[in-house]
Design a protein around this ligand. Structure first.
Ligand SMILES: [Zn+2]
Ligand SMILES: [Zn+2]
Length: 91
């Protein structure tokens, strides 16, 4: 009998280059996604870039298309209702 946990482990995870440095390998330990490893274990979902204010997870494809925002935050951003530096909602 083979260990089922190793099979699940190899099926679920893939290592991907962290999108925060987009190939520049300049992430630091404070990087939310890779914590300085420059790669992260992909499960197919990433947390909205406004993770201080928003805990939505979006599919990776969407995450990349929307520049790291979930759909509602992306809409706010393009309506200029989000501060581009702090990512806080502008009252
Ligand atoms: Zn990173
Ligand atoms: Zn969001």
């Amino acid at each position: 009998m083979s260990d089922p946990t190793t099979i699940i482990g190899t099926m679920m995870k893939t290592m991907k280059v962290c999108p925060n440095h987009s190939g520049g390998f300049d992430c630091n330990p404070f990087c939310r996604i890779c914590e300085g490893n420059q790669e992260y274990e992909s499960y197919g979902y990433l947390q909205c870039i406004r993770y201080h204010h928003c805990d939505t997870y979006v599919e990776e494809d969407v995450w990349h298309e929307e520049l790291g925002f979930c759909i509602p935050c992306q809409a706010l951003y393009f309506d200029q209702k989000i501060d581009p530096f702090t990512l806080e909602e502008i009252a």
